[in-house]
Design a protein. Structure first.
Length: 456
């Protein structure tokens, strides 16, 4: 799936052109009472945002080929009005529902909207239609209601600017104004041309946000872009399981894609000739003991930074040194006595004299607690039939693991031993069907932590 902002080429077959809705017609929303406006063509889908000029429980919508009636039109009903279209969910094109169904020669019945509110903004997203041998699909749609004007994204900056080392890639995003508390901004990336994608929440301080794309093997081609939505990450990912990747388009308020090509692409290359052999952390009674090993034999000198974070997003340096290849051949150690209560995240940043940077994986340590925490507690996608999670334990202990489906039915039970410090747990889930599941971890003392995960 490529996102190049172009108009449909003249070479497109006439049957395909006639099967596309290019306009949005509304009654009792932003007109007196009628309005019809051409949709913005965004390549993979079409979009139009309107601001309501009235309170109305009688709003109507339809998607004509053009604003000149009669003609082909996409309407949800064949001959009778039924349930109004809800806001902020994905609407599939299913017969006898409120999906956008094709009707020839001005046939069908317009759809009814849920009540609209004067002054609110309504973003209509419509899937592009594809045709095969003259048979064309009806589109998914989504109507997003917001009491605010969504933010736009003037700049997206990747570091490094072009290709990147295989650890992680920080991306900086600016917005026109501070986002509403109920507006979420995501970085969406793929390593297989959008067959599958992952979204990463963008963390903002004022109008500047950051997100990190995780490391991939050398040679991997990564593509990404930024979009905003009034939906949560968990809702979007649960809808993807039902309707596929089109959910991201239907959930988009605004986006920033690379105007010079298909998204923001880079290829993972090893531009910094430094190897981070390991970063380890051990929790002790009154300090966190960090140790690491580097190989920088191919450079004259590097700067080494040990960074700490309390949220896993914003890091500050707590130790730094300038070192040469001979010192790099020896292990490093740092004892952190100024940690915060709860989870503390640590990573290495290695920078050579040319300014090229490399980051280690992250180690999390739990302090001032006798319990444990799951470090990555978001919606975890499963790769290669293995669920991999990180667990920070304040002391050595055993936990009982239970995997269950969304109805609560237990599917797998296991027991794991955790060491004081950072632990990586790998669980075989090859026997599970595609869908959403939960994993709970419980100690003998009754402490329970639970995460959701998605089996592709």
């Amino acid at each position: 799936m490529k996102r190049i902002l172009t108009f449909i080429a003249l070479s497109v077959l006439l049957s395909d052109v006639s099967a596309q809705p290019f306009a949005l017609s509304l009654n009792n929303v932003n007109g007196s009472p009628y309005s019809c406006t051409n949709l913005d063509d965004l390549g993979t889908y079409k979009r139009l945002r309107v601001q309501s000029t009235q309170n109305s429980s009688d709003g109507r919508w339809e998607l004509p080929q053009t604003c000149s009636f009669p003609g082909n039109v996409w309407r949800p009903y064949i001959d009778a009005e039924a349930t109004p279209i809800p806001f902020n969910v994905v609407i599939p094109p299913t017969g006898s529902t409120y999906g956008a169904l094709w009707n020839a020669n001005n046939g069908g019945v317009p759809g009814r909207l849920s009540p609209v509110t004067n002054g609110n903004y309504y973003t209509f997203n419509v899937e592009n239609i594809t045709c095969n041998s003259g048979i064309c699909n009806s589109p998914h749609i989504g109507v997003l209601e917001t009491p605010y004007l969504p933010v736009t994204f003037p700049t997206v900056t990747q570091n490094p600017l072009a290709d990147a080392v295989g650890d992680n890639v920080p991306v900086t995003i600016t917005v026109t104004s501070s986002a509403s508390p109920i507006e979420n901004v995501f970085l969406r990336y793929t390593i297989n041309e959008y067959v599958n994608t992952t979204i990463v929440p963008v963390s903002f301080v004022g109008t500047t946000g950051t997100a990190v794309i995780p490391g991939f093997p050398i040679g991997t081609v990564v593509k990404y872009y930024i979009y905003s939505s009034n939906k949560s990450q968990s809702l979007i990912e649960s809808e993807v399981l039902l309707y596929g990747e089109i959910v991201h388009d239907m959930s988009t308020l605004d986006w920033n894609v690379n105007t010079t090509g298909a998204n923001y692409p880079y290829t993972v290359i090893n531009i910094t000739p430094i190897t981070i052999q390991y970063l380890k952390g051990i929790k002790q009674s009154n300090l966190n003991d960090l140790s690491w090993k580097l190989d920088c034999s191919n450079v004259n000198a590097v700067n080494v930074y040990l960074e700490r974070s309390n949220d896993g997003i914003n890091y500050t340096s707590i130790f730094s040194m300038h070192t040469d290849p001979s010192r790099c051949a020896q292990p490093f150690n740092y004892k952190d006595a100024n940690f915060k209560n709860g989870l503390n995240y640590y990573r290495l940043k290695i920078q050579n004299t040319d300014g090229e940077k490399k980051y280690s994986t992250v180690v999390a340590l739990l302090n001032n607690s006798n319990s444990f925490e799951i470090v990555h507690s978001g919606l975890n996608p499963v790769n290669n039939d293995v669920l991999s999670i990180e667990v920070a334990a304040a002391k050595s202990l055993k936990v009982n693991s239970r995997i269950f489906d969304m109805s609560g039915r237990t599917l797998k039970i296991s027991t794991y031993s955790l060491n004081a410090g950072n632990n990586k747990m790998n669980t075989d889930v090859s026997g599970l069907a595609s869908g959403m599941y939960c994993m709970s971890l419980q100690t003998n003392d009754g402490v329970v932590r639970t995460i959701k995960f998605v089996k592709r």
